[in-house]
Design a protein around this ligand. Structure first.
Ligand SMILES: Nc1ncnc2c1ncn2[C@@H]1O[C@H](COP(=O)(O)OP(=O)(O)OP(=O)(O)O)[C@@H](O)[C@H]1O
Ligand SMILES: [Mg+2]
Ligand SMILES: [Mg+2]
Length: 534
């Protein structure tokens, strides 16, 4: 005798059952419309033992695929010689080509090609020896040509892999390792910026960004939640920064993420995706995706359907809102770019055809030989060399500049690395955090800390207070003196002050610390500079 029970379990329990490394193994997996896991069960009934099946219908789970636009770190644009700048006055860095004046032709920037090849190599991509450029048509005021030059048919790099890890699990103390496939990396132009003047109901166009070189990295839909996606973005950012192919400053739009999100029951085909566009921080990537997964689950569970559309993340409310319907409306009318020949890159000097100057072409073997130590390798080295915990190697590598700081302290203090790491993790970071200085660049941290630390190892009988006094390492906290220094720094950085964002504040703080050899009281300096630049 057998019976089928449908049973609803908490979402977490079902997700655990579906994990590939799961300790349960279902007796039977039903796919298709009646997807679910079926377990045999022995039940003690009044008339004796009987056998039944219990069927657990898996819950809806998120599926995430990212498209990442990374601004190539280059002095000039992808097809013109105008400068790539962020702080310049509007429309001050626009070549005739960027404004799409008739009679202008694109000239490919070699540095941008090299950057895409270096990036492709770092992700173990196949580098296409020949790639092609296409026109993708949009009608936006900030795209004067009416199309963007991109690589749709044959991109420069394909089939790569990004390995990344993050701290997850209970109390976020467990290193979770993941990998996501990179489908392709394509070279393309950025658009200009539209600035909406609500008061006068008009839109102003700034073409400084128009034509800047981008690498679009398209990932396969291999992720399942916000945390995974944010960690992948963070790792990608670290890698690009290590390669120096993109500076990766998300608040300046150098790295922009489009998150494609759908939900489905494992074993069933993928669901309809929505695309949350232009997310500009890793934290928002996680929040936008998790919100979107829950929204789609609610839509489906209440009998609705998910529409293929473009959405935007509103960080104030933590929600995503519909921007436009994607299906049907978006016809890009792709066509080959007639003004650019195919792009060829070569394996090495030996493969360059006769009559072609090797200095003028991109050679893969040269770029490969110059690849720097990447974050994953660096973490492994730190664990091996200093015998520190893998999770500590994460914090060290993920905080900009912290590894150098750590290694410098070890060298200066000749101290046991595991003691230094304890001090860095527990004392240094938590103190910086408490004082609201976590966002400072590591080079702006009071260097006196490492000097005091060094002395502590030599003379453990002395207190920190004594050492600071003896070594004259105390903080400069005289308000008058600080005011003068800050004013001087503000006066000597007029352009940056005018741009007035958070990053600028950090730069100015760095300049003050440089003048005072890291001894200025950072809390006071921050307050003073904030006042002066607001
Ligand atoms: N069902 C799905 N759920 C989640 N992500 C998906 C799904 N199907 C595709 N994706 C992801 O969507 C992205 C598609 O990017 P792609 O550049 O190929 O096309 P596009 O989004 O139509 O083009 P555009 O560059 O104009 O945005 C990839 O990152 C892919 O992994
Ligand atoms: Mg795309
Ligand atoms: Mg897309």
């Amino acid at each position: 005798m057998s019976a089928v029970f449908s049973c609803v379990t908490p979402r977490s329990a079902v997700c655990a059952h579906l994990d590939p490394h799961d300790r349960f193994s279902p007796a039977l997996r039903v796919t298709g419309k009646r997807a679910g896991l079926v377990f045999p069960l022995l039940i003690q009934g009044s008339s004796g033992l009987f056998f039944c099946f219990i069927s657990i219908s898996p819950q809806l789970c998120g599926v995430v695929g990212l498209e990442i636009h990374a601004q190539i770190h280059s002095n000039s644009k992808l097809f013109s010689s105008s400068r790539v700048t962020f702080y310049s006055p509007p429309n001050s860095s626009v070549a005739f080509l960027d404004a799409s004046l008739p009679g202008t032709l694109p000239v490919l920037n070699k540095r941008c090609v090299e950057a895409a090849v270096i990036t492709g190599l770092a992700f173990n991509c196949t580098i296409n020896r020949k790639s092609l450029f296409d026109r993708k048509h949009y009608f936006y005021a900030d795209m004067p040509a009416g199309y963007q030059i991109t690589q749709q048919r044959l991109p420069i790099a394909v089939n790569g892999l990004l390995n990344y890890s993050y701290l997850g699990g209970k109390k976020r103390g467990q290193v979770m390792s993941r990998r996501v496939r990179i489908k392709q990396i394509q070279l393309e132009q950025d658009s200009g910026k539209s600035l909406h003047d609500e008061q006068n109901s008009q839109t102003l166009i700034d073409l400084n960004r128009a034509g800047v070189g981008l690498m679009e990295l398209v990932m396969e839909a291999d992720m399942s939640c916000g945390d995974e996606a944010a960690a992948a973005v963070r790792e990608l950012q670290l890698i690009l920064q290590a390669l120096d192919t993109c500076q990766g400053n998300m608040s300046e739009g150098q790295l922009r993420v489009d998150a494609n999100v759908s939900v489905h029951r494992p074993g069933e085909p993928l669901g309809v995706r929505t695309e949350v566009k232009n997310i500009n921080s890793a934290r928002f990537v996680a929040r936008a995706i998790d919100y979107e997964i829950q929204r789609q689950i609610k839509v489906l569970e209440s009998g609705g359907t998910v529409v293929n559309e473009t959405r935007a993340f509103d960080n104030k409310s933590g929600t995503t809102v519909s921007m436009r319907d994607k299906e049907g409306l978006q016809d890009y009318r792709f066509m080959p770019e007639p003004n650019l020949p195919p792009l060829f890159v070569y394996e090495g000097v030996a493969s360059v055809p006769a009559g072609v100057d090797p200095a003028q072409v991109v050679l893969i073997d040269r770029l490969e030989a110059e690849l720097p130590e990447l974050p994953g390798v660096r973490r492994a080295r730190l664990v091996e060399q200093y015998r520190i915990l893998p999770e500590h190697s994460f914090t060290l590598v993920n905080e900009d500049g912290l590894v150098d700081y750590f290694e410098r302290v070890i060298q200066n203090a000749k101290a046991e690395p595991r003691k230094v790491i304890g001090w860095v993790m527990q004392e240094l970071l938590s103190n910086l955090h408490q004082q609201g200085l976590k966002n400072l660049h590591v080079h702006q941290w009071p260097m006196t800390l490492s000097a005091v630390f060094q002395e502590m190892w030599k003379t453990p009988e002395k207190t920190v207070r004594q050492l600071v006094k003896e070594l004259d390492l105390g903080l400069v906290s005289d308000q008058e003196q600080l005011l003068k220094i800050c004013q001087r720094v503000v006066d000597t950085h007029p352009e940056q002050v005018k741009a007035g964002n958070k990053k600028v504040l950090n730069k100015l703080m760095g300049a003050v610390q440089k003048e005072t050899k890291g001894r200025a009281d950072p809390v006071q300096v921050k307050a003073l500079l904030e006042k002066m630049t607001s």
